[in-house]
Write a protein that binds this ligand. Structure first.
Ligand code: NDP
Length: 404
């Protein structure tokens, strides 16, 4: 029994705690830890109240500063965790990875490592901080699965499935993410506002014709008719999975696209123009304040959107390739309904779709299928056990033929 430590008690941490608790017979005892003890306490209380925890397993909360490797290592030992799910800020990846290397606990995260104050890092992003550590994980015999939320995460497994079962050669990958839901707030982000707004603000980096290309944010758009949620305008955006899929599949093109409403774009432009998305401190009455941090405090907590959220999310990969000499194209995707997630575990669909793949990966490490004892991105693993198990944790997937 591995026992699981979940670091981060935001919307994603809450959904991970519910899903891990539902599968505690296989995963063992669960500890939820956060920088603020009360955040972790609230998650534990929420899971208990909703009755997600399987009998005979323990659920505990803890305080940890995930930037401090020795604190994380101490907590891993105390909680006897064999698997750590990192759903805190992406600033904490390396310190948590170091603690896993020190203790031998396996590691899962959902976002590439970031450093505060640094944006527009050189592509491929994983090569800046994480891939150079592959030797360390291999030597230690510790599994690290990078980027195993939905996007990155499940979408990488969709590409691996297409490479294994549908195409002899993959030529183009468009990862497309549209949230057709309504939360009723003036402006809100669906996950950590700091991470989310930083990634939207960055230049868009994509892979085409053997090279990385860079364009300003929101400068390229297209329309796509999504299954179930219909036609939406989507904008090219920089995203983690582009940086590993381009390296692992070497197709002609890999791009990420996300849907934004007119209202969202208007407010985003105002925030950017006023400097409220900046990480550069400004002095206010003798205090140094980072505008983006202030904005994060003022915006709704993504978790709090869940009760009022309606509508669906559709995320998938439009993949073009060659099979038996013939060109073909598929859209492989999942949809998820905000209200259904709320009814099940009290979370909104973005938290839910991030947590389900992470906990699916934890189960596959526990079962041995994905316990590869090295550092990998999701597309390097066999997609079959993952795509078989993920629907049983709550997210199905489908393939739509798109023709040649
Ligand atoms: P939130 O900001 O709501 O929650 C983050 C949690 O991490 C909080 O509980 C916070 O602690 C905790 N935390 C932050 N820094 C530290 C630290 N130094 N030590 C300990 N705990 C810390 O974020 P979300 O739950 O919405 O998202 C979590 C992450 O999931 C995001 O950063 C994002 O990168 C990733 N994500 C991935 C997706 C995917 O599909 N791959 C999609 C959506 C999100 P506290 O509040 O106690 O201070």
């Amino acid at each position: 029994m591995p026992n699981v430590l979940i670091i981060g008690a935001g919307g994603v941490g809450l959904a991970c705690a519910h899903k891990a608790a539902q599968h505690a017979v296989e995963l063992g005892d669960i500890t939820v830890a956060s920088r603020t003890k009360t955040s972790a306490d609230d998650v534990v209380e929420h899971v208990r109240r909703r009755g997600s925890l399987k009998a005979g397993r323990k659920l505990a909360s803890a305080r940890v500063d995930a930037m401090d490797t020795s604190e994380v290592a101490r907590l891993i030992r105390q909680s006897r965790a064999g698997i750590v799910i990192n759903v805190a800020s992406p600033f904490c990846n390396l310190s948590i990875q170091d603690a896993c290397l020190e203790t031998g606990a396996h590691y899962i995260d959902t976002a590439v490592h970031e450093v505060e104050g640094r944006v527009n890092e050189p592509p491929p992003w994983y090569a800046n901080y994480e891939w150079p550590r592959r030797g360390l994980f291999e030597q230690a015999g510790v599994t690290a699965i990078l980027g195993c939320g939905f996007d990155p995460g499940a979408v990488n497994a969709f590409c691996a499935w297409a490479a294994k079962h549908r195409f002899d050669r993959i030529d183009e990958i468009d990862i497309m993410d549209v949230n057709a839901g309504h939360h009723g707030r003036f402006f809100a982000t669906n996950f950590d506002p700091e991470t989310n707004l930083r990634e939207i603000l960055e230049d868009v980096v994509y892979w085409e014709d053997g090279q990385w290309k860079r364009i300003p944010h929101h400068s390229m758009h297209r329309e796509y008719d999504f299954p179930e949620v219909g036609r939406h305008v989507i904008y090219a955006m920089g995203h983690d999975e582009v940086h590993s899929l381009a390296v692992h599949f070497k197709p002609k093109r890999v791009q990420f696209w996300m849907g934004f409403s007119e209202q969202y774009l208007r407010v985003f432009e105002v925030l950017e123009k006023l400097g409220l998305l900046s990480e550069q401190p400004v002095e206010v009455d003798g205090c140094h304040v980072k505008p983006l941090r202030l904005l994060k405090k003022l915006l709704p907590d993504p978790k709090s959107l869940a009760p009022d959220y309606s509508g669906e999310v559709c995320i998938g990969c439009l993949i073009k390739g060659i099979r038996d000499g013939e060109p073909g194209s598929i859209f492989i995707y999942s949809t998820c309904d905000h209200a259904a997630c709320y009814r099940e575990i009290g979370a909104q669909a973005i938290s839910y779709t991030t947590a389900v793949p992470a906990v699916t990966a934890a189960l596959l490490i526990a079962r041995g299928d994905w316990n590869v004892r090295r550092m990998v991105n999701v597309e390097e693993l066999d997609p079959d056990p993952f795509l078989e198990l993920m629907p049983r944790l709550g997210i199905g997937w489908q393939v739509r033929e798109e023709g040649a």
